[in-house]
Design a protein. Structure first.
Length: 94
């Protein structure tokens, strides 16, 4: 599903026009990005939790060249689905 498909489906369910739906989705995504960049955890009831994790730095060794590189720490976004969401997906699979 593309972003355009998602916005179309969302606008049908909300009975809103496409530009307004796109504006709402853009605002929601921006809030999520801003809060995650601040280190906040975001929980959407019935869907799941977005959080950030810090991966530690490590040394990468290239054996063929006998070189070592220090890979800096990295912050990644993780998503943990809610149990209700997992059950809903399992129902669809059966």
């Amino acid at each position: 599903m593309t972003t355009e498909d998602f916005i179309t489906e969302l606008s049908k369910q909300l009975s809103l026009d496409l530009p307004k739906t796109s504006e709402i989705l853009t605002a929601a995504v921006n809030v999520i990005k801003d809060k995650l960049s601040e280190g906040a955890c975001i929980t959407v009831e019935g869907f799941g939790t977005f959080d950030t994790e810090k991966k530690p730095e490590y040394i990468l060794v290239k054996q063929e060249e006998q070189q070592q590189f220090l890979v800096p720490p990295k912050i990644i976004v993780v998503f943990k689905p809610d149990s209700a969401f997992i059950e809903k997906i399992k129902e669809k699979e059966v």
